[in-house]
Design a protein around this ligand. Structure first.
Ligand code: HSE
Length: 295
């Protein structure tokens, strides 16, 4: 018996919500097939479209780590073969490791007869994130698992809240042709932040969420500012400030780093704006000599 599952890409942080906000992207993601086997224990039997880069060892592979965490909790070591097909580029900031872990959990849970509710799979996916990048953040795995916009209100204990998504909100993703590992992009961050930055950041995250509920695109736009991570990470992203200006001119409500980068995301109201943003993005990346895929 085998089960196939898909889990979507995600944009984490969403500018002002470092490690606490994220949303799922329609249509792009990873695919996992889990097959039950007689012998107990997990085995990664195939990985496609990863350029040969992902680990096959069950202690390191995010699909296997996530399922193992689930089976440890379940209390029975059921044998499973894991086949992963990547739809997402690695080290992209689009929640690639999260999508693999979530698809694996959904398939494995179904194979067991769905003993876990969706939300209760989250700690297992976080364990996989920790194995993949050293930090157990939930702002990719939670929206990949639950869909839409998600707030991680607290980690201890986990408290995850699905948020309203206004009609007509579009996201454009700009994926430049280079990799940035989350661990490297986290290593440039500071351990503490000045009190005034905490005030600015909380104002913006509260404003952003109010903007989602009030469907107030102007308020969403004003709130898309990050003083905690972006200033330190921007130096890892060639042309970041030029690209920001170009996208604003093209009509973006705001833009920021998708997760830990190097993908950037821009939000806009309506699909016509997103076409203008895509065009401006291709031109600006070309002018700084970088290849880019725009989604
Ligand atoms: N919140 C995480 C970070 C997301 O910014 O490091 C990683 O994709």
């Amino acid at each position: 018996k085998s089960v196939k599952a898909f889990a979507p890409a995600t944009v984490a942080n969403v500018s002002c919500g470092f490690d606490i906000l994220g949303f799922a992207i329609d249509a792009m993601g990873d695919y996992v097939e889990i097959t039950r086997k007689e012998k107990s224990g997990l085995c990664v039997v195939s990985i496609e479209d990863d350029g040969g880069k992902l680990p096959w060892e069950v202690e390191k592979n995010t699909c296997a780590v996530a399922i193992q965490a689930m089976l440890d909790d379940y209390g029975q070591q059921i044998g499973m073969d894991i086949a992963l097909r990547k739809g997402l580029p690695l080290g992209s900031g689009m929640g690639s490791s999260a999508a693999s872990a979530v698809a694996a959990l959904i398939a494995a849970n179904r194979l067991l007869g769905d003993p876990y509710e969706r939300k209760n799979l989250l700690p297992f996916a976080i364990a996989a994130e920790k194995a993949a990048c050293g930090a157990g953040h939930a702002d990719n795995v939670a929206p990949s698992l639950l869909g839409g916009f998600v707030l991680v209100r607290d980690y201890h204990p986990l408290d995850v809240i699905k948020l309203h998504v206004p009609d007509g909100l579009y996201c454009t993703l700009l994926h430049p042709h280079y990799e940035l590992k989350t661990a490297d992009s986290r290593s440039v961050l500071r351990d503490s932040i000045p009190l005034k930055h905490s005030t600015i950041q909380s104002g913006n995250v509260a404003g952003f969420i109010a903007g989602l509920y009030q469907e107030d695109f102007e308020l969403i736009s004003r709130s898309m500012r990050d003083v905690i991570a972006e200033p330190y990470r921007a130096v890892l992203l060639p042309g970041f400030y030029e690209i920001r200006e170009a996208l604003k001119t093209a009509g973006a409500l705001g833009m920021g780093i998708s997760g830990s980068g190097p993908t950037l995301f821009a939000l806009s109201q309506g699909s016509e704006k997103s076409e203008a943003i895509a065009k401006a993005a291709k031109e600006i990346y070309e002018s700084i000599g970088l290849g880019v895929d725009v989604y």
